[in-house]
Design a protein around this ligand. Structure first.
Ligand code: MLT
Ligand code: MN
Ligand code: ZN
Length: 302
């Protein structure tokens, strides 16, 4: 199985168009020790031929262009693509907007929970993905299904929040299926990993599920719960946004310390996060705790 990080940043990317935070200002002028990042997405294959995208970010066109394995094969005919499926972990803009760039007659399967499929169905712009080309399939929670690329996935609920643009209709309350984690496996080899780009808290059920996993790619949005507030970027805490922070007694580093996870990688990293600076004490802190910081183009073979 090959896992590629297409985009390692949270919504907005790094740098974010309208952001003058220290990280964005420095990466924009090419200061050493900071690397630009596109928005949250992975690509995975078991058979090395057909790929499944995990989330479709607004930067998908650039991400595909930067990834030769996702280009049409020269002998593929007038129209072809190795992208055989897309699986969504929620309906957030940074995870679904890229679907609109897959509308040029590309045929693929689209996997998401019934809740997320309902949101797509209610937004008629997604009708550009017509049923002749795109099969929309509801992901069951807790049971394994076989998908393209020689892979199988299990979707499971993860504590979190409904997409920002649905807060008015849902009073901000998440229901089961609004946000999920994915366990992706290759039945041919038994290799498996977890992908959880959005998570508010590692509760007992999630801890049990992740215990002894070989690889987890996990929500690395914020280092500190209040960093958007202290940097003057927003009035929201991480908890208000449905994102656990890396540090702190209830943070992800503490939660994972008790779990025997072999390899831990932070993804969906917000541009405010000090770990994006190679020389920051926060970067040293997460690395000492056994975590890696994902970067665009990162490849992991299992
Ligand atoms: C998030 O990660 O919190 C979301 O991308 C926010 C949103 O729904 O725009
Ligand atoms: Mn996001
Ligand atoms: Zn910024």
């Amino acid at each position: 199985m090959i896992v590629k990080v297409l985009g390692s940043a949270a919504g907005g990317g790094f740098p974010q168009a309208n952001c003058n935070c220290r990280n964005c200002a420095d990466v924009r002028v090419g200061k050493p020790g900071l690397t630009p990042r596109t928005q949250s997405s992975l690509a995975v294959t078991g058979d090395g031929e057909r790929w499944v995208l995990l989330n479709a970010s607004p930067d998908i066109r650039q991400q595909i262009a930067a990834t030769p394995a996702l280009a049409p094969r020269p002998d593929g005919g007038a129209r072809s693509s190795p992208i055989a499926a897309v699986a969504l972990t929620n309906a957030d803009v940074d995870h679904v907007a890229g679907l609109l760039s897959l509308r040029e007659g590309l045929s693929f399967s689209l996997y998401a929970t019934a809740r997320v499929l309902d949101t797509l169905a209610a937004n008629s712009i997604f009708n550009v993905l017509g049923p002749r080309h795109v099969a929309r399939m509801a992901l069951p929670l807790g049971s394994r299904i076989e998908v393209e690329g020689g892979l199988a996935i299990v979707a499971y609920p993860v504590p979190g929040k409904v997409a920002l643009y649905l807060e008015d209709t849902n009073r901000g309350l998440a229901q089961e299926g609004d946000g999920i984690g994915l366990e992706v496996s290759d039945p041919a080899t038994g290799a498996a990993f977890h992908y959880i780009p959005g998570c508010a808290v590692v509760d007992a059920a999630l801890a049990r599920r992740l215990d002894a996993a070989r690889l987890v790619l996990f929500d690395g949005t914020l280092y500190s719960d209040d960093e958007m507030i202290t940097q003057g970027l927003s009035d929201k805490t991480g908890q208000r946004m449905g994102h656990i922070s890396m540090s702190g007694r209830l943070g992800s580093m503490a939660a994972f310390a008790a779990l025997g996870v072999e390899r831990r990688v932070f993804v969906h990293i917000n541009n405010s996060n000090p770990v994006l600076r190679d020389d920051s004490p926060e970067r040293t802190d997460v690395q000492r705790s056994g975590w890696e910081i994902a970067y665009d183009g990162m490849e992991i073979r299992l």
